[in-house]
Design a protein around this ligand. Sequence first.
Ligand code: SF4
Ligand code: SF4
Length: 485
Amino acid sequence: MSGPDDLIAPHQPLYEARKGVYPKAVDGFFRRLKWAIMAVTLAIYYITPWIRWDRGPYAPDQAVLVDLANRRFYMFQIEIWPHEFYYVVGLLVMAGIGLFLLTSAVGRAWCGYSCPQTVWTDLFQHVERFIDGDRNAQIRLAKAKWGPGKITKRLGKWSIWLFIAFWTGGAWIMYFADAPTLVRDFWSGDAAPAAYATVGILTATTFVFGGFLREQVCIYMCPWPRIQTAMMDEKSLLVTYKDWRGEQRGSLKTAQADPKAFGDCIDCNQCVAVCPTGIDIREGPQIGCITCALCIDACDTVMEQIGKPRGLIDYCTLDDADVEKKGGTGHPVLKTLFRPRTMIYFGIWTSIGLAMLFTLGQRTRLDLAVQHERNPVYVRLSDGTIRNNYTLKIRNMETRPRIVDVYIQGLPGAVLWTPDGSREFAKQSINFAVAPDAVHRVQLFIAAPETGPTSAEFAISTRARTGDNKGDSDTVIFERPEAGQ
Ligand code: SF4
Ligand code: SF4
């Protein structure tokens, strides 16, 4: 019987060994765009935890903070409580749809410009060029025997990578605690063990992923390229080698000798030399292409040097490629970007964003949850009235202490009091001092006349005397005995 092993020739390796990738430095529009995006994304990541935001004396003053200990998420003026986690879910859904939108419009632009793996790998490659030199020098050094020069350069490069990796891990934990305090605690040895472990893990992963694994993460480890392929269609922009213009390729000298027999590609290999994933885009669209467009910059430079029009490698859709192959002209970029599919994604994305903004604006900062205690369900008091017991959780979501009135609606003749008070002094409303940004739990007795429905629905409501004057209300049941019991 034959099995899968029979398909593999003896001594044929299962996996091809990695070929070293030494991307050459390049300049051009897309390279500068990548510089700008790298500067912005890294600045956002490293600086955000240090931005202060005044929320008064009772709340942290860090603009963006995931306060795990107190179960709060702060983002500038917005504070999310655990029961409002749906806002975080909404943000994640928006991020997902944003990626759908980006992919259907401009292919793998996320991978090419702003994915952390791309950004940090790019940063590490610049460090490499700074220490080892450009592509050819790097290849020479890689092949050179180990000696003082190579050891010094390797140690220098790895030290800088490690430094960057450490600050990357260090910046991450700042999002989970007050940054200045955490830095002090970290260096004095007083931080939580989880902080040291997180920095250690992130330092190691950044160092290894950015320094050594690089394009292998994109090609072999990340599921996103496979998912993206399903999201793209024939109208998505891809980095495309226009073979109908470039082929038959040949060296400049050969092509000049017989111009009619050759296309515009002079086989200079510059597009391959600058590629951070080491692929040859002339072989067609492939999973290794992160659409960083550096090959466009490289080829445009070559085309300018040999006096040919730019755009032999360019962003192009599969539809436009077919049109151009037949001698036609592709659609303008704007028409490609603003088509029904991308507009639908954009519509869904903005609708979720607007709905979240609306509910954020409408939400009350005073929340009430009432539980009817059922053991016993009711008590008959000496004056003949019926008492039910409730437990209230009053959430003051403002960062200041507040006096909160609690009152009854829809239960005629009812009065309320707490275990600290007494039936004689019971009233129709009562108030509590609720600490800032806290939940006040209180037991409440409510007594009502015996006559009335056995299960009467009514509301317990709250209103704060200060701050946001929106209150909250919870509908509960008041139980009475059956007639004659
Ligand atoms: S850079 Fe342009 S001309 Fe040079 S090999 Fe690549 S596609 Fe051909
Ligand atoms: S083929 Fe071009 S666009 Fe694709 S990864 Fe390489 S340089 Fe970037």
